[in-house]
Design a protein around this ligand. Sequence first.
Ligand code: HEM
Length: 152
Amino acid sequence: MLMASLVVLHLLAALVWVGGMFFAHTALRPTAASVLQPPERLTLISGVFGRFFIWVKGAILVLFISGFGLIHFLGNFGKLGWYVHTMLLIAVVMTVIFAYIYGGPFRMLKSAVAAKDWPTGGLALAKIRPLIFTNLILGLITVAIGAGGRYL
Ligand code: HEM
C-alpha cells in the first residue's frame, strides 16, 4: 500500500511538471506569440508561470521525497539499476535549471511586467524559453528511463 502510494505520488508529480512544460512550450507559447502583442503576451506568460511554478515547487518536493522513499523500500541505492541513478542525476540537473529560471529570468520578467518595461520582459522571456525547453527534453527522457529502464 505504501509502495503503491509512493509510485502514484511520484508519477503524478512527474506528470504535473513535465506535462505542464509540454503544454507551455508546444501550445501556449506559440499561440500567445502569434495572437498577442508584447504587453498582453508578457503579462499572460508571467501570470501563467507564476501559478505553474507554485505547482512545480510542490512537484519537485514530492518527486524527491517519493523517489527516496521508493529507493528505501526497493533496497539500497547501490543495488538499484543504472536507470534510477540516471533519473536522480537528471532530476537534480532539472531542479538546478528550474531554480535558476525562478531566481533569475522569471524574477526579471515579473518586475519588467510590473514596470511595464516590455523590452526587458521580452529579454527575460527569451532566456526562459530555451531553459524550459531543455528541462522539457530532460523530463521526457527521465519519464522514458523511469518507466522503461527496468525492462532493458
Ligand atoms: C523529473 C524527475 C523525475 C521523473 C520524471 C521521474 C519519473 C519516474 C517514472 C515514470 C517512474 C516509473 C514508475 C513506475 O512505473 O513504476 C519512476 C520510478 C522511480 N523513480 Fe523517478 N522520476 C523523477 C525523479 C526521481 C528522483 C529525484 C528519484 C530519487 C530520489 C527517483 C527515484 C525513482 C525510483 C526509485 C523509482 C522506482 C524504480 C523501480 O521501480 O524500479 N525519481 N520515476
